[in-house]
Write a new protein. Structure first.
Lengths: 128, 128
DNA sequence: TATAAAATAAGAATTACTATCAGTTATGGT
DNA sequence: ACCATAACTGATAGTAATTCTTATTTTATA
């Protein structure tokens, strides 16, 4: 991977998020910094960064993928009301990989745990 | 939900699978029984059956959704070589929901656990 | 600094799925 | 059995997210 100004902007912008944006929502933030950047460039780079293990692509949430700059072991939760994606600590499922490899005989290369429901903020806000 | 011949064919055909097909692959099997059935009818019914808890839609696997007639608690594994989707028993992550609700304060309505890697058959077959 | 490899912008194309709609079928009351 | 109406169907157009194509520009290396 060679250096590119666009890729640097993309990665830095992603790192500003604590929740995990879709490509579209990241795109609007990126365009504030470089209005000329192309949507195809964003997708190309997100895929490249994910392929190289620098970021993580989160599938299975809604219609579109979300992107996460934290590549350490953890899971995700999407709130059905506010649509934000939160992290869940991996200790809710200890030894998940080893247990699953042992019980299935499969070689596990990747895994994802995705929860959906209502986040704390939305539960506490009075209006339904 | 009223009765429909098409829906019965769709559900019965899905039940013939031990692995979990995409809409497209289910469609080719269904057309052997009823060549006139429309792809829109298939998607419409799969969604209806899933909304009514009769089947389960599995997202987050590849580009397209897979469908599972087993609605009991269990997880999934997709083989990167043969692309088949297998079941994983839920006891690899005991008390997952309760633990996650306790540690996050979120209300969890749904969850999915998806593994990918190489299945037993593909590991054992000599050719890479 | 020449050159080859990698990256870009812009827009067309693709994929998986959903919406629309006119015609058909199922169901419940009479 | 007959009818009203609600649910369902096939065909096809439409959509959203993402990928592909191509001509041009950047970056890394000799």
């Amino acid at each position: 991977m060679n250096y590119s100004r666009q890729r640097e902007i993309i990665l830095n912008t992603l790192k500003e998020y604590v929740v995990h944006p879709t490509a579209e929502s990241l795109y609007s933030k990126i365009k504030e910094k470089d209005p000329k950047i192309s949507l195809a460039t964003l997708y190309r780079n997100l895929n490249q960064l994910a392929d190289n293990g620098i970021i993580k692509k989160i599938d299975g949430l809604e219609d579109s993928a979300h992107y996460d700059h934290n590549t350490g072991e953890h899971y995700h939760f999407i709130c059905k009301k506010c649509k934000r994606v939160f992290d869940v600590k991996p200790d809710v499922a200890p030894d998940l990989i080893r247990k699953t490899e042992d019980s299935t005989g499969f070689l596990i290369e990747n895994h994802d745990v995705v929860f959906s429901g209502v986040c704390k903020d939305c539960r506490e806000s009075v209006s339904n």
